[in-house]
Design a protein. Structure first.
Ligand code: PLP
Length: 436
């Protein structure tokens, strides 16, 4: 069967609002390390990792064997009504590395459900359904998660169980706070928070939910320290802070294990997903016992923290810590980030190369302006694929190429991908100039 047949069948039975990448969509049929092979037999270096999810890479023996061991026991599922050794062990590890004191962990199957659980906990703890969220955010596809998602293109419904008030993100390039210097942006973002609390809420707000680096939003973020400045104000009111670490967790930013650590603050709750399962459905929320215990009825997830996913999760966390992948993300990410900055410094269609560690984005604009150029972005994206490199796309205006490769990326692979990326950018910019 060819990929063409599969594409027609896909379009015939799957909804169009679940988009496919590329003018000619890819079917990935095998993978090893940081490389994947498509149905036509072509191999690509993968800098997107199934949206930052194949965090250790493909076909990693330690993870495969842990999963196979669990499957061989015959217990693929038992339900949370019974003790699950793998789940308890993983919760112990996550509680230990979370940085949250007296931590409790609740496992779910997806980042959406993790955020839903965090919002459930926070709104019950505070007995309020008022929530603060950040513009340009993405938190998932349930009603509450869409309700705190500040991106029209990813919010498929206006129905919202929460009353949400919106904060400026403090990002550098766009919005009312853009172009202020870092400390002025923090001051302005704090002023914005105080004003929103005073004008758009009844005061007794449950929580603020925020991503340390906005993933779908195109890897933009406010200045380091912003969460701490916000939290000072939140603490005056007893408002909880939820850090959505679905993309930023597990050392991906290189400089820290969690994104929130760049801000010099510990959140009340953090949510995790994607990388922890290295492809197996595993996610969850961590919080102080006093907060996480605020659920007044039974609440369980049939598959949340199931034996197979948590077997994978344990192997992932062990691998991550034993190989110090955070340090690798910092080292290899610097090769990629610095290389990209140097290679694009003379291009006025590149507004910014940004991000931390192995979470890097390139924003494309019309030359010399901040007007988004999604057409050029798509051209670069397709050219990367032609060159043998898979990357992602994002940003509110679809004008950011995103990279979130496995944290096991080697220096040679970083240089190989960098060369493809730079060539894709340069040839696409040159082609755009000819058309203009
Ligand atoms: C920051 C963030 N939070 C939550 C989610 C939702 O996760 P899931 O797709 O596993 O429901 C995502 C997914 O991209 C995300 O990037």
């Amino acid at each position: 069967m060819t990929s063409d047949d599969l594409l027609a069948r896909h379009r015939a039975v799957l909804p169009s609002w679940m988009p496919l990448y590329y003018a000619e969509p890819l079917e990935l049929v095998s993978g090893s390390g940081r490389r994947v092979t498509d149905a036509a037999g072509r191999t690509y270096l993968d800098f997107f990792g199934g949206v930052l999810t194949n965090m250790i890479g493909y076909d990693i023996p330690e993870i495969r064997e842990a999963v196979e061991r669990q499957v061989r026991t015959g217990i693929v599922h038992s339900s949370t009504l019974y003790l699950i050794r793998q789940q308890v062990e993983l919760a112990e590890k996550i509680a230990r590395v979370s940085g949250i004191p007296d931590a409790r962990v609740f496992f779910t199957n997806s980042g959406t459900e993790a955020n839903e659980a965090a919002l459930l906990v926070a709104t019950n703890h505070r007995r309020s359904h008022q929530v603060l969220a950040v513009r340009n955010s993405y938190h998932g596809r349930s009603y509450a998660a869409m309700g705190v998602t500040g991106n029209r293109g990813w919010s498929a419904s206006a129905l919202n169980p929460l009353q949400v008030a919106w904060l400026h993100s403090g990002e550098r390039l766009r919005g009312l706070l853009a172009r202020l210097d870092e400390s002025d942006r923090i001051d302005a973002a704090v002023e914005d928070l105080r004003e929103v609390l005073a004008t758009q809420t009844a005061g007794d707000v449950a929580c603020l939910i925020a991503e340390p680096i906005q993933g779908v939003g195109g890897f933009v973020h406010g200045p380091d320290g912003l969460f701490a400045a916000w939290k000072k104000v939140l603490d005056e009111h007893g408002i909880l802070l939820i850090s959505d670490e679905v993309q930023t967790g597990w050392g991906r930013t290189g400089e820290h294990f969690w994104g929130y650590e760049a801000h010099g603050v510990t959140p009340d709750l953090l949510t995790f997903a994607k990388g922890i399962g290295n492809g197996f459905a595993l996610a969850g929320v961590v919080g102080r016992a006093e907060v996480l215990e605020s659920v007044p009825a039974i609440s369980f997830s049939t598959y949340g923290g199931n034996p197979v996913s948590t077997a994978a999760g344990n192997a992932v966390v062990d691998y991550l810590l034993n190989h110090d992948l955070q340090a690798n993300a910092a080292r290899v990410g610097a090769i990629l980030g610095d290389g990209l900055r140097a290679a694009t410094a003379d291009l006025d269609s590149v507004a910014e190369v940004r991000g931390k560690g192995l979470m890097l984005g390139v924003e494309f604009v019309r030359p010399g302006t901040t007007e988004p150029d999604p057409t050029l972005t798509t051209r670069v994206f397709e050219a990367c694929r032609e060159g043998g490199l898979l990357v992602g796309k994002g940003g509110l205006h679809g004008n950011v190429v995103r990279m979130g490769p496995p944290l096991t990326l080697t220096e040679d692979e970083a240089r190989e991908g960098l060369a493809i990326l730079v060539e894709a950018i340069r040839s696409s910019v040159a082609a755009a100039e000819v058309i203009a």
